[in-house]
Design a protein. Structure first.
Ligand code: PHE
Length: 344
């Protein structure tokens, strides 16, 4: 036994390998299940106590040094393990890094923000998880207004007197602006909003809005109309016309919905504008005095207007996309269409 141990120690000490494959072969030969070192251990197990005392330590040393040698060999050949196979072809073209592009909704948001910045508006942001007060109560929604119904709103803590919920519009940010900013106020509020709606080509439970608010002394409906007209011409082209239709929102009085002239058929009627020549883009109105008062603004001295629009809808009109779901699925084939739209 002793001689065999010494022979193996010498043999293992002098081992040389050129590839990982050779190292693995050496490992199997000495340390594998039927390897030479393993075999000695099997013999050792059958020995009597005296003999075990004599060889135990030497055998362990053999095993440890064999393991250490295998590790050492592995380390020394690892770097050129490919020396066996073909060398890399340095003349091959590299893998190009693909440039990302901005999401179409981000492109539209930036355009709208840039236009209103030019008009002197600041950008305000607020929390997506809001309370009932900022989304409804302060905006003059009567207690039993249908929009508070579980149908439309994702409530987080229903049953609480001022429950937490996912904001259904960014008008909540306008309330926060009225509470904190000095008058006059001119802000736009871009952000993500949530409504409990069935997902279809025209609706989604998550979408994006930009809402705007202007409060000063003597602001009139004519100012609102002019702001929207200028915005529409910046956004959709200088020929664009707008029309306002009476509407209802709890927080504005009077309220209107705004259509822009269809820039595809120029008013003649096409399938995008469904033959009407007009496309609806936003809701707006004069801020209800109750809303001003709720945020501590003197409605006898100040007046203002507000407006809000859905970004996916505007992006759909701009790029004639017929299914809103494309904006959320992040299919690379769709997103790549906007590669050229990257602004530097
Ligand atoms: N908050 C309204 C909505 O989400 C949009 C709107 C904003 C309408 C401001 C009028 C004035 O539908």
């Amino acid at each position: 036994m002793r001689e065999e141990i010494e022979k193996l120690i010498a043999e293992i000490g002098g081992l040389k390998c050129r590839t990982l494959k050779e190292v693995e072969e050496a490992r199997v030969r000495f340390l594998g299940k039927k390897g030479e070192v393993t075999k000695l251990f099997d013999e050792f197990r059958a020995m009597d106590k005296e003999a075990k005392k004599e060889f135990g330590r030497a055998l362990n040393e053999l095993k440890n040094s064999a393991m250490a040698k295998i590790e050492e060999l592995k380390g020394s050949v690892a770097d050129d393990s490919s020396s066996d196979g073909p060398k890399a072809d340095l003349t091959m073209p590299g893998d190009p890094f693909e440039l990302g592009s901005r999401h179409p909704v981000s492109i539209v948001r930036q355009e709208i923000v840039d236009i209103f910045r030019k008009f002197g508006y600041d950008v305000a942001e607020g929390p997506e998880i809001e309370d009932d007060y900022h989304v409804f109560e302060a905006l003059n929604f009567p207690q039993n207004h249908p929009a508070r119904d579980m149908q439309d709103t994702f409530f987080i803590s229903a049953g609480h007197p001022n429950p937490l919920l996912l904001r259904t519009h960014t008008s909540s940010v306008q309330v926060r602006a009225m509470e904190t900013m000095k008058l006059p106020i001119r802000v736009i509020c871009p952000g993500r909003v949530f409504r409990n709606e069935a997902i279809s080509a025209r609706a989604h439970c998550i979408f994006h809005q930009v809402e705007g608010l202007y409060i000063d002394e003597g602001v009139t409906f004519a100012d609102l109309k002019q702001a929207i007209l200028l915005f529409a011409r910046e956004m959709f082209g200088p020929e664009t016309e707008i029309r306002m239709r009476p509407s209802y929102f709890p927080f504005t009085e009077p309220s209107a919905e705004v259509d822009v002239s269809c820039n595809i058929c120029h008013g003649k009627g096409c399938n995008i504008c469904k033959g009407t020549g007009w496309l609806e883009i936003l809701g707006c109105g004069m801020v209800d005095p109750n809303v001003l008062e709720a945020s501590g603004i003197d409605s006898t001295k100040y007046s203002g207007f507000a407006f809000g629009m859905g970004l996916e809808r505007i992006a759909m009109l701009k790029w004639r996309v017929n299914d809103l779901r494309h904006y959320f699925e992040n299919d690379m084939r769709f997103l790549k269409e906007f590669n050229t739209a990257v602004e530097v």
